[in-house]
Design a protein around this ligand. Structure first.
Ligand SMILES: NC(=O)C1=CN([C@@H]2O[C@H](COP(=O)(O)OP(=O)(O)OC[C@H]3O[C@@H](n4cnc5c(N)ncnc54)[C@H](OP(=O)(O)O)[C@@H]3O)[C@@H](O)[C@H]2O)C=CC1
Ligand SMILES: O=C(O)[C@@H]1CCC=N1
Length: 280
């Protein structure tokens, strides 16, 4: 592939600070798209995780940041919000004139700019389906980020799925509550469907296949259709039928309200992470 990593600095390569779940999902996308392991550096303090990265991607991660980080044109910050400041103060000085991409929930770009001493910062909120090229990422760039820098980020992120740009940084907290955390809601829902299916006498394997394929199929239909979701839902709901019985039970249990309440809790948590762990 054409290197997505060429930036204005003419430096090459991408460095990940933190090699956990989210970094692995992005690296998986990059590797599947043909990016050579030699172009990817990872700093990951946990030995067990380093071994996993080596086995999965053929990349030998570093336990600590070192001089080689300065060759990276793009540095991806994939540490927990709680450890971002410490990681930035530790690894930041080793990075050269890189463009920085943070995937951390909540931590605002102003905090990151202060810690790293640069305004070349893009924030992203990806999700784990990136691992299979089906990720959805929202991006926000600080005003100093150039169009060329934005393009460099897009070239990396598009290897993991789709993306959109946000004009307001604050919207990232809502995105985090929706698509960032969203895969967990979907898995939770699938788990519940599998459980109910087995309770009704299906084998676990059958219930799993039926539930997963129902999500795949319904999502594909929602994506392909120009009709509102409501219409698609109504088309499944025969008058006096089974779907009506299920949806009525869901409404009576206040499921939609509970679900919305849960997403607001996620957004509030993102904002709190920024307040709590984003200070100087
Ligand atoms: N998981 C997800 O679905 C998503 C996560 N995110 C964001 O991505 C970020 C990472 O999350 P996730 O991958 O789930 O978390 P993980 O805990 O899986 O990964 C973070 C990794 O960073 C390592 N680490 C800790 N301190 C340092 C340091 N100073 N330098 C380098 N690495 C360090 C951790 O090691 P150790 O465990 O030893 O501390 C850990 O392996 C978070 O900020 C999260 O908000 C965003 C979107 C979705
Ligand atoms: O749970 C979290 O905090 C991260 C951010 C979005 C998904 N996982």
């Amino acid at each position: 592939m054409t290197s997505p990593l060429r930036t204005e600095t003419t430096a090459y390569g991408i460095a990940f600070i933190g090699g956990g779940n989210m970094a692995s999902a992005i690296i998986g996308g990059l590797r599947k798209q043909g990016m050579p392991a030699s172009q990817i550096q990872i700093v990951e303090p946990w030995a067990e995780q380093r071994a996993k990265l080596d086995a999965e991607f053929g990349i030998t991660a570093q336990a600590e940041p070192g001089a080689t980080l300065s060759s990276a044109g793009l540095v991806v910050w994939a540490v927990k919000p709680q450890t971002f400041r410490q990681a930035a103060l530790q690894a930041g000085p080793h990075t050269g004139h890189a463009l920085h991409l943070s995937v951390a929930a909540g931590i605002r770009s102003g905090s990151i700019a202060g810690w790293l001493g640069t305004e070349r910062i893009v924030r992203a909120m990806p999700n784990t389906p990136a691992l299979v090229g089906k990720g959805m990422t929202a991006l926000f760039a600080r005003p100093a980020v150039t169009a060329a820098d934005q393009l460099a980020v897009e070239r990396v992120i598009q290897t993991t799925g789709e993306y959109l740009w946000l004009a307001q940084e604050e919207a990232l907290d809502a995105v985090t509550a929706l698509s960032g955390s969203g895969p967990a809601y979907v898995f939770y829902f699938i788990e519940a469907m599998v459980q109910a299916g087995t309770e009704m006498g299906l084998s676990r394997a059958q219930a799993h296949q039926l539930a997963v394929e129902t999500f795949v199929g319904a999502s594909a239909l929602a994506k392909a259709s120009s009709e509102p979701l409501e219409t698609l839902r109504e088309r499944v709901t025969s008058k006096g039928g089974t779907t009506y019985a299920a949806l009525t039970a869901m409404e009576q249990a206040g499921m939609k309200q509970h679900f919305k309440h849960a997403m607001h809790a996620a957004r509030q948590r993102a904002a709190k992470l920024g307040d709590e762990f984003g200070a100087d």
